[in-house]
Write a protein that binds this ligand. Structure first.
Ligand code: HEM
Length: 532
């Protein structure tokens, strides 16, 4: 027979100790107990999930994920554990996909359950009032938002922006001629002007303009609040149930929200007043305002929706063009080979045009390689989230998991891309894989694939083909006459990662291109008048 004596003794000791503790210590103990029980109950689920590094109770793998460039660690884990890796951020399961096949199998073939987004409490809910569709979960509000953008940027509609893109690119070519040192500002201005013109029917002459600065400030703030672990409320959303006056984390983002609304409503009102006097060119905002009854959106919803290219289309396009400059410095033979192709097809009496694209296979392959070699949307853009339990190749993926298609790793998968660190456009000419011939991988997956993909690809072709035609991109020379080559891995941190600013020389290839650029610039200036 077992005696109850020791157990009763232990209980009585515990009761005495318990009474001696402060209220805070008791609460802490209870929270620890509850979390441990939760952790033990989750043990079996975790065991069935994809392999991954061992985490700690409560925090999961948070301490193992670097704050800077986490995609590099993710890629290492994919190498170590396989194409599908699981981790935990606190109690949230996180799945990292390290090959294109795994990403296509899940994010595309099972897109009915892999098309949501994780919850963004501060950035999506408090700062943006659920109006920024990029962060919206899968559902009716996202569908409504996406429909407007799809109608503005689907493949055929995007054809109609080619004239504008060609004219803006001619301006950029002239700027590269006159102030080549500022090449980064010129590509940023190009990307900003195209995004603003197709959205608000107004172009941008300088990146110092008010509208660009305000937008950049808004985007910088949005990025700054989207850092995992920065806000307790992201891990403990129940804090939103506290009385509003006690929600200390609200004040700053709510102030920024008011500023964002003022900016976005001002831009919408400006288009409306130009619509009233008939002076605004056709653009996303005019189309959306005209279809207001059909799309059932309030003015504020329209203001946020049409601003999407502003947030998603400028840094990505300019960053990818920056990667092109970086690649040409490191692979001058590739540059010369592409120039030789352009020279034969186009000659020097005129610039490349969109119609030349089918006859420039090496240039097209080079553009794909730019997008592959250093994808700007390193983590696949914004992560996806799963809305139902799933099993993939025997591994359990629980509902509510955050899923990253880790493009930085996927694009350097040596099975799909042999010698992945080498910039080699030929890989896209030699392949028989239709998914590489029609290379949409840099633009994400399934129902959430980049809305602006066609617009972006047109920008890349027209600018890259023209720069190759007109200029040699050469290393900068320091004060001792030595060449300075930028580090090919020196990239910024953040959801989008672009090369850290660097210098290079942009030299015209001959006098004929100079004449053509100056001539085309004069014509472009006239045509662009209607976007002022
Ligand atoms: C080279 C340039 C670009 C690249 C590499 C790029 C890449 C991406 C990627 C990887 C995603 C995430 C897709 C996913 O969740 O699976 C995305 C989403 C998005 N992109 Fe782009 N993008 C570029 C240019 C643009 C442009 C010019 C626009 C504007 C028209 C744009 C608008 C968007 C929007 C609105 C989304 C969110 C879609 C959603 O959540 O449903 N992007 N992009």
């Amino acid at each position: 027979m077992i005696s109850a004596g020791p157990a009763l003794g232990a209980l009585s000791t515990f009761t005495q100790v318990w009474h001696g503790w402060s209220g805070a210590a008791k609460v802490l103990l209870l929270v620890c107990l509850a979390t441990t029980i939760h952790f033990v109950l989750q043990w079996d689920t975790r065991r069935r999930m994809p392999p991954g590094p061992q985490g700690l109770p409560f925090i999961g793998n948070k301490h193992q994920i670097p704050n800077v460039k986490p995609w590099r660690k993710f890629a290492e884990w994919n190498k170590q554990y396989g194409p599908v890796v699981s981790l935990h951020l606190g109690s949230t399961p996180v799945i990292i996909l390290g090959t294109a096949q795994a990403a296509w199998d899940l994010l595309e073939k099972r897109s009915e359950i892999y098309s949501s987004r994780p919850r963004f409490v501060v950035a999506g809910e408090i700062l943006s009032d659920n109006m920024r569709g990029l962060m919206l979960p899968y559902g009716e509000p996202w569908r409504k938002w996406r429909k407007v953008l799809h109608s503005g940027f689907h493949s055929r509609r995007s054809e109609t922006y080619k004239d504008l893109q060609s004219l803006e690119s001619k301006v950029m070519m002239q700027q590269l001629l006159t102030t080549p040192r500022h090449w980064e500002r010129h590509i940023q201005r190009y990307a900003a002007s195209v995004a603003v013109a197709v959205t608000y029917g107004r172009r941008i002459e300088s990146v110092d303009e008010w509208i660009v600065r305000e937008n950049m400030a808004a985007m910088d703030y949005l990025t700054s609040v989207n850092i995992p672990g920065k806000y307790l409320v992201e891990t403990w959303p129940w804090l939103l149930k506290l009385p509003r006056s006690l929600q200390w984390f609200r004040r700053e983002p709510e102030e920024h929200k008011q500023r964002d609304i003022a900016l976005l409503v001002h831009l919408l009102d400006d288009v409306k007043s130009r619509m009233a006097d008939g002076t605004v060119p056709d653009c996303l905002t005019t189309q959306t305002v005209a279809a207001k009854d059909k799309n059932g959106m309030s003015d504020l919803e329209i203001a946020y929706t049409v601003s999407s290219p502003f947030g998603a289309g400028i840094e990505t396009t300019a960053g990818t063009l920056s990667v092109f400059f970086l690649a040409m410095l490191h692979y001058p033979d590739v540059m010369r080979k592409a120039q030789a192709e352009v020279d034969v097809v186009v000659g020097f009496d005129r610039m490349p045009e969109f119609d030349d694209q089918p006859r420039l296979p090496y240039v097209n392959a080079l553009i794909n390689e730019v997008l592959r070699w250093r994808p700007i949307a390193v983590l696949g853009g914004t992560p996806h989230a799963v809305t139902a339990d799933d099993v993939y190749e025997g591994m359990f993926i629980p509902k509510g998991s955050t899923v990253f298609g880790n493009l930085a790793g996927i694009m350097h998968d040596p099975v799909m891309f042999p010698e992945p660190d080498t910039f080699r456009p030929e890989r896209f000419l030699e392949t028989a894989d239709p998914r590489l011939q029609n290379f949409e991988l840099p633009f994400g997956f399934g129902r959430r694939i980049c809305v602006g993909m066609h617009l972006a690809l047109h920008s890349l072709f027209i600018n890259i083909s023209r720069i190759l035609w007109a200029y040699n991109i050469l290393s900068a020379i320091d004060e001792f006459g030595k060449e300075v080559v930028p580090d090919p891995w020196d990239f910024t941190d953040g959801f989008n990662s672009r090369p850290v600013s660097f210098q290079c020389r942009v030299k015209p290839r001959n006098t004929k291109v100079i004449e053509a650029i100056e001539r085309e610039y004069e014509v472009a200036k006239e045509h662009l008048e209607k976007w002022h």
